[in-house]
Ligand binder design. Sequence first.
Ligand code: PRP
Length: 220
Amino acid sequence: MTRKNANQLVVALNKGRPLTALLKVLREAGIAPSESPESSRKLVFPTSRSDVSLLVLRGGDVATYVEHGIADVGLLGKDSLLEFPGQDYYELLDLGLARCRLMVAGLVDEGPLPRRIRVATKFVETAKRYYAALGVQADIIKLSGAMELAPVMGLSDRIIDIVETGNTLVANGLEPKDLVEDISARLIVNKSSYKTKHSVISDLVKAIESSVARRDGASG
Ligand code: PRP
């Protein structure tokens, strides 16, 4: 498949950390990719359903593809959605999967903070909103990864980053300071697709909802 077919449902998935859990929930909803996106270099995958194909993308790009209606449905981390507050999609489900926290972190032995702090992060929009809401003056420094290095090397006073186990913070002499937001995987749907493909999309949403409810029931 190279271009979108009007009868085809395109589902975009967040690669990286959430991918395994997202594939599992889709499999339970009756959609299995033709080969494993976790080991293949492909980006588009036919599935066990001839009318459904999968795209595997970075979280922010999942939101962009859904916003533009190229993907009908997106499954992605809330951290990516916070950075991409679009107008053309609905956030329909909290899957409760791939849970982690978006935290402010800093050095365990940090000294007094300057009046205007420097914060390194890849979550630039979220960081701006967070400090604006607090009324704290902050210079946001955009990084693409390895945020933990910034306070260690003196690039920033604090970071805003994903914390799951906390091991990466500890390994670099950092500690969590404040919670920005609890994060989990979400299901989003393009607004126009939700009208034109309502039946197939609501069936998929219901199947995913049941799979999530079964899992919650089993673990609760
Ligand atoms: C994330 C995050 C931290 C780490 C936290 O990076 O940026 O570095 O995981 O996890 P922990 O609390 O369990 O140690 P990830 O490995 O997802 O890669 P990324 O830098 O591409 O986001």
